[in-house]
Design a protein around this ligand. Structure first.
Ligand SMILES: *[C@@H]1O[C@H](CO)[C@@H](O)[C@H](O)[C@H]1NC(C)=O
Ligand SMILES: *[C@@H]1O[C@H](CO)[C@@H](O)[C@H](O)[C@H]1NC(C)=O
Length: 608
């Protein structure tokens, strides 16, 4: 038999191979008879430059069917071209396969013969798994400076910056433009690492790039080298492939571009969060969806937030490293308000923020954070003022009972959304039942279910000797809601109280805590006596919805107007003396109280 089309082929034909060659053309096309299989770990969809997605299973690799195998050598039947060829295929990583191939022959020859013509000079094809699981990038450290070269000289001034994202498979490369080097521009690229492997002394990395210059085919291959620098600083030399293959990578000094990464040891100024923050390793938001965890010698704060979708298991993670403390009111870090600059890594959104920590109680803190990230730490507190930002109220895992503020017993005069309250001024002498009807008609006529849920009186600190309970009696289901107070503080005339339901199954368990705000305010003059000779200022206590955040400056909430029935002590005395009728000559009602409560929220949240 003569080889017609492949003059390079040489070697003697053994009797066995002659036999094989004589027989094979008579046999049917290779069937998947189980004798030849690709590794099952390769099964999946793969990307190869210039080809549509390559599907691999144990019998086919793209348009090649497995016919015979010895180690990494495969005789395959090329379905598209109707011929046999040898492929030497290596799985480099679960996400990368590389192969070389011989030419196609019409007759099936034996494996040795078909494969012997492949040399290391032949083209090496790389295929990358689609939707693969990323890996941590192989660079130790989280911050780097780098220089790069696109073939016109090294861009060193200004130096470029690279940072690892929260997800350690991602590295953000912030290229700077060097005015004196051609081919440089400022640009940001996000590298996601997918695979690393060694081939002899060479180390390879495959990843995808996201950025304005990478439109499609985002896969890139890197040849890289680690070089311990003097002073122990690690340096990484990288050569990037010019296309979505691993071709042309022979030395780290040639690439498109080459990159030299130097690890930066961030001097975060031995900065520590205040001791009253770090005395608890874990803090939680009131609804339990955010967890703040302090690690790494009290200098790193890791925030884990549940995704909006409750059923989703995904978390958003943020890392906040204390950089320097702006101001401590006193030296021992015990001041109740501390302002500091911190380095935030939120996904690939990285920079410096300004933060204010407020101590409210040993188990309650609040955090305010600027809403913009600065590139340089010293800009963090000037580009955005954290004191105007929302407060994040955090509680430690265990809460104590604390005395409630504004102790006393209050009776409802009215409740209504605040915007309707002004039109709905009602007499305090009106009987409660009348009031209920009025309210029902006025404010809840569109929602009869909510109409059944009205508080009738509120007792703060009257029911236990330690004055830590707050009772909101509610005609909704004829029950009352009892809260434990866990700490309160006052700010510009408003009291904020952290409370949890007393009768909840797990007292003060995660996500069962609320914030009430109360404000005593003189709102209008009340005319007393005949002819209006006496004037008395009424005060109102605003009691907010039991909210998951301690809201500031929010007026548009629902409210009750309550009258004060006296302080708890008076009631106790009155009860013990069995004199239930209050003396009318005693101005017990000098303080009339209004409180606002989103009663529908109460019902929905608490009466289920
Ligand atoms: C592999 O894929 C081919 C083509 O899609 C199919 O015909 C064959 O049955 C598959 N083999 C296995 C083992 O799933
Ligand atoms: C972290 O802070 C807590 C409370 O202030 C302290 O007890 C602990 O020793 C600190 N840990 C380190 C490593 O500084």
């Amino acid at each position: 038999m003569q080889e017609q089309s492949f003059p390079r082929r040489k070697g003697l034909l053994t009797p066995v191979s002659v036999l094989v060659l004589l027989i094979l053309p008579l046999v049917d096309l290779p069937s998947a008879n189980g004798s030849c299989e690709f590794p099952s770990s390769w099964t999946g969809e793969w990307y190869q430059y210039g080809k549509s997605p390559v599907t691999i299973n144990t019998t086919v690799l793209g348009d090649r069917a497995c016919v015979e195998r010895t180690d990494d050598k495969y005789v395959v039947f090329n379905i598209a071209d109707n011929c046999y060829q040898c492929m030497i295929i290596n799985g480099r990583h679960e996400n990368v396969i590389q192969y070389r191939e011989a030419w196609c022959t019409l007759e099936r020859k034996n494996l040795e013969e078909l494969c012997s013509v492949i040399t290391s000079d032949d083209m090496l094809y790389s295929i990358f798994r689609i939707n693969s699981k990323p890996i941590s990038c192989p660079f130790s450290g989280s911050s780097f400076t780098f220089t790069y070269n696109r073939g016109y000289g090294e861009c060193t001034m200004p130096i470029s910056l690279a940072e690892k994202c929260t997800d350690e498979s991602k590295l953000l490369l912030k290229y700077q433009a060097c005015p004196d080097v051609e081919g440089t521009e400022s640009n940001t690229e996000e590298l996601q690492c997918l695979a690393v492997w060694n081939d002899g002394r060479n180390k390879y990395l495959v990843g995808t790039l996201k950025g304005r210059n990478v439109q499609s085919d985002p896969y890139r291959c890197f040849l890289y080298e680690e070089k311990p620098h003097h002073q122990g600083k690690m340096i990484y030399l990288l050569a990037q492939s010019g296309d979505p293959t691993c071709n042309g990578l022979t030395t780290v000094s040639e690439g498109s571009p080459t990159i030299k990464l130097t690890k930066v040891d961030k001097e975060h100024g031995r900065c520590k969060y205040p001791s009253w923050v770090t005395q608890h390793h874990d803090w939680h938001s009131l609804d339990g969806t955010k967890n703040y965890h302090f690690t790494n010698k009290n200098a790193t704060l890791k925030i884990k937030a549940q995704a909006q979708d409750i059923n989703s298991e995904t978390f958003h993670e943020e890392k906040i490293v204390c950089h320097n403390v702006e101001k401590y009111p006193n030296e021992n870090m015990q001041g109740s308000k501390v302002k500091l600059v911190a380095h935030v890594t939120s996904g690939c959104d990285i920079g410096y923020v300004c933060m204010i920590f407020h101590k409210r109680d040993s188990n309650i803190i609040e955090i305010q954070q600027s809403d913009q990230k600065a590139i340089m730490p010293d800009e963090a507190c000037s580009i955005s003022d954290p004191s105007t930002m929302p407060h994040m109220t955090l509680i430690s895992t265990s809460l104590h009972q604390r005395k409630c503020p504004n102790l006393g017993r209050y009776e409802i005069l009215e409740f209504a959304p605040s915007h309707t309250l002004s039109e709905a001024v009602m007499s305090r002498r009106q009987r409660r039942s009348d009031l209920s009807r009025t309210i029902k008609r006025r404010t809840w006529q569109d929602n009869t279910e909510d109409a059944e849920c009205k508080s009738t009186n509120i007792q703060i600190g009257c029911t236990s000797s330690d004055q830590t309970e707050m009772i909101i009696a509610n005609t909704c289901e004829h029950e009352e809601i009892a809260y434990f107070c866990h700490g309160s503080w006052e700010e510009k005339g408003t009291w904020y109280t952290i409370a949890s339901q007393r009768n909840s199954e797990f007292p003060a368990s995660l996500g069962q805590t609320f914030c009430f705000s109360m404000r005593l305010e003189g709102v209008r003059d009340r005319v007393l006596g005949r002819g209006g000779r006496q004037k008395q200022q009424e005060q109102e206590l605003w009691l907010s919805v039991p909210s998951r955040i301690c809201q500031r400056n929010s007026e548009d909430e629902y409210m009750y107007r309550l009258s004060n029935q006296g302080v708890c002590e008076d009631l106790t005395k009155a009860a013990s003396s069995a004199a239930f009728a209050p003396s009318l000559s005693q101005p017990l009602f000098t303080l009339s109280i209004a409180a606002y409560v989103a009663i529908n929220t109460l019902c929905v949240l608490l009466w289920r």
